[in-house]
Design a binder for this molecule. Structure first.
Ligand SMILES: [Zn+2]
Length: 278
């Protein structure tokens, strides 16, 4: 789905609602969206920074109370995403802006989303408050994948959110594969071929879990290079990349999910559907 100026993909995180953004400067006056947000006079930004990350927050906010913990987690988000993608290319300093609410987010970037990444500007925009956990790893992963790998093959739009969700790894108190095993048990996930053909049909939540779990499988069993090949060559190349039929690949993935979840748990899907992964 493409909306002028935005590559927009909705995900499990997005249920609540995260956008993967593209190069976006909403106002010609400023070179980057970050400059525009920093100059928005309705915000009073305070800065704390590490070698790699500049964190912007507002006085009295939840983010301020936890700023040093957050700064450390931003640093490890950068490490984690780069390590998993086996990418070293990350030259720009990352900026992270923290908002208390979606209303504040809308005032800054024009949309009431829970998270947003401007990969052209090396910046992420995050809602964080006492009731909502933030998605630094997820958003930063968008910055790295889109920045280093460019846009995916037409058949691999699902990978944008899949990779970010896979590296984040969690939804509420569940690990991705715990939810996926539950969905498989309830026959809520179609065969791999159908998912590749139309992941949108599944709805953002199930598609988000499906994609994330499949990416984790590929990355862990075959390596980041295979994920990258798929990203650029498209889903049609998968049987050749893995030297197996789609059915055999699907079986391998399902076995992988089972080994990841030796003791299946009760999953509160309703809570995930209602509130999302925060
Ligand atoms: Zn996302």
């Amino acid at each position: 789905m493409r909306v002028t100026g935005f590559a927009t993909v909705i995900s499990i995180v997005t249920v609540l609602v995260t956008l993967a953004g593209a190069q976006t400067a909403a106002n010609d006056e400023y070179e980057t969206l970050a400059d525009e947000v920093l100059n928005n006079s309705t915000f009073d930004w305070v800065l704390v920074k590490s070698d790699r990350v500049r964190m912007h927050y507002q006085p009295g906010s939840f983010a301020e109370q936890h700023r040093f913990m957050i700064l450390r987690s931003l640093d490890s988000a950068v490490e984690e995403a780069l390590e998993t993608l086996e990418e070293s290319r990350y030259e720009g300093g990352l900026r992270a802006f923290y908002f208390e609410s979606r209303e504040e987010m809308e005032r800054a970037v024009g949309r009431p989303v829970a998270g947003f990444s401007d990969w052209g500007g090396n910046a992420i925009y995050i809602v964080l408050n006492k009731d909502w956990r933030s998605f630094e790893v997820h958003e930063f992963t968008h910055v790295v994948t889109m920045g280093a790998w460019g846009s995916p093959h037409d058949s691999c739009g699902w990978m944008i959110e899949g990779i970010a969700n896979a590296i984040d790894g969690w939804c509420r108190e569940y690990m991705i594969d715990e939810v996926v095993l539950h969905l498989l048990g309830e026959e809520q996930l179609p065969p791999l071929g159908e998912f590749f053909e139309d992941s949108g049909e599944l709805g953002e939540i199930r598609a988000g879990f499906y994609g994330a779990s499949f990416i984790r499988f590929l990355s862990e069993v075959y390596g980041a290079e295979t994920v990258r090949e798929l990203w650029s060559q498209g889903t049609g190349a998968l049987p050749e990349l893995l030297d197996a039929s789609l059915d055999a690949i699907e079986d391998r993935w399902k076995s992988y999910v089972k080994t990841k979840v030796p003791s299946p748990r009760e999953i509160d899907l309703e809570a995930i559907n209602d509130v999302g992964c925060g």
